[in-house]
Design a protein around this ligand. Structure first.
Ligand SMILES: Nc1ncnc2c1ncn2[C@@H]1O[C@H](COP(=O)(O)OP(=O)(O)O)[C@@H](O)[C@H]1O
Ligand SMILES: [Mg+2]
Length: 423
């Protein structure tokens, strides 16, 4: 694969030319006559011949084919993504692919896959190069963990529940950053998340990303005009879609919050919340919220963790965390052994935690159960004090009555006579 001269010195103008060349190539080639086999053969031949030496297929999703290559000029390994051969004739998908490359490049964050270059093969086929993530996709890791149970395998030791939760925090950080830059991922799922060999989590596959509604999304639209038609339709992966996504409604940041909730559920329980034999059955369960509660799927999970997942996965967007940041912060409270917002339902508890966090680390460490014990003890103490106060009042009243009676008796004539005869 040799970078086309058109893309060299990649300015916005050159990128425009790149796409124009790719589109021109589409026009030249009737997609119906280009079979999968022919397309693979031609690109493989180029890969072998020039700068990028083909090291084999890394993975394939609904849209793309990712191969591992060796950049012989810079002497390093990279990953190359291209459209699946059977989709290359589709102009709409080509534009969406270009958008994916641009959005990924726009999101420069340690937990988002770095994109290096966008270029054309000698066959005018669009491709982009990115960091080769030497690791494992999260879905594979979860499958392995599930198969091995709580055994002593390397994976089980590597990915204990607290470590899985800390990885999830990295995932939240990436999505928080994307949202701050006006990008909604829309296709978060374990297959699109990779775990690198140095413990890093990397979010891949921004192919279905779209601008967020409102001001932040507007800024993105300004720097990168959205391509036609590709984002309005129902798209995503049913098991990980938010109810509003499953219904084809307009989405905001809370849709990714929901999907993050589904991923957190799976990280805790190692099973998925929804089931269904067909896509439409899954979609129905998602829209109606018919799923196994986490407390049932993972009976050993702490009530705090369950509360966080349940709040992130609330069917109504208004009942979810308003942002990924709020979700991350609440989960971090759980990791610190505190009481998350999602669990601290009563005002008293919230006040206690707020006060504790601000002024008293001992109070901050208290959990909901400790608060319940404290409140019970305070109630007992209050009742005791009330009893003492009532008793004191009662004694006072009795003394008053006795004194009044005595004073009255002094004024009564027969009592005076009685005293006088006594004298
Ligand atoms: N940079 C990369 N390094 C290593 N493996 C990758 C890389 N990018 C993708 N993959 C693998 O290829 C698979 C498909 O890539 P993805 O970008 O999700 O394609 P699609 O858009 O078709 O879903 C991923 O699940 C992952 O296993
Ligand atoms: Mg994918």
């Amino acid at each position: 694969m040799r970078r086309s001269q058109l893309a060299v010195g990649s300015t916005m103008h050159a990128l425009g030319d790149t796409v124009a060349a790719a589109e021109l190539a589409l026009e030249r080639t009737d997609p119906r006559t280009v079979g999968e086999e022919q397309a693979i053969t031609s690109s493989s031949a180029l890969v072998a011949a020039e700068r990028y030496e083909d090291l084999g297929l890394l993975g394939e999703g609904g849209m793309g084919r990712v191969t591992r290559v060796r950049d012989v000029d810079l002497m390093r390994e990279l990953a190359v993504k291209r459209l699946r051969p059977e989709l290359r004739g589709d102009r709409r998908l080509l534009r969406q692919f270009l958008w994916e490359a641009r959005v990924t490049a726009y999101l420069d964050h340690p937990n988002i896959v770095p994109l290096h270059d966008l270029a054309l093969t000698g066959d005018d086929e669009l491709f982009f190069t990115m960091k080769f993530v030497d690791g494992i996709a999260l879905d594979e890791a979860i499958t392995q963990l599930k198969e091995e149970g709580a055994g002593r395998s390397a994976m089980a030791r590597e990915l204990t529940l607290p470590r899985r939760l800390r990885l999830f925090v990295q995932l939240c950080r990436a999505i928080e950053f994307a949202h701050a830059r006006g990008v909604l991922h829309r296709d978060l799922k374990p297959a699109n998340i990779m775990l690198g060999e140095h413990g890093e989590l990397i979010v891949m596959d921004w192919g279905l990303a779209c601008p967020l509604p409102g001001a932040t999304g507007e800024a993105l639209r300004h720097v990168m005009p959205k391509t036609d038609g590709a984002f309005g339709s129902l798209s995503g992966t049913p098991l990980y879609m938010s109810p509003e996504q499953a219904q084809g409604q307009e989405l905001d940041a809370r849709s990714d919050v929901y999907t993050l909730g589904v991923i957190l559920y799976e990280l805790v329980a190692l099973t998925r919340p929804y089931s269904g034999a067909t896509v439409s059955e899954v979609l129905l369960h998602v829209t109606q919220g018919e799923r196994t509660p986490l407390a049932e799927a993972a009976p050993t999970a702490s009530p705090s963790l369950v509360a966080v997942v349940e709040r992130a996965m609330a069917r109504e967007p208004g009942e979810r965390y308003p942002s990924v940041r709020a979700l991350r912060e609440d989960l971090e409270i759980v990791l610190d052994g505190g009481t998350p917002d999602a669990e601290a339902a009563s005002l008293v508890t919230r006040f206690g935690r707020f006060y504790g966090r601000e002024h008293n680390p001992w109070l901050a460490a208290l959990r909901l159960k400790d608060f319940e014990v404290l409140i019970f003890a305070a109630a007992l103490l209050g009742a005791g004090i009330a009893l003492v106060v009532v008793s004191v009042i009662q004694i006072g009243v009795i003394l008053l009555i006795v004194a009044s009676v005595m004073a009255l008796m002094v004024k009564i004539p027969w009592f005076r006579r009685l005293r006088a005869s006594g004298d």
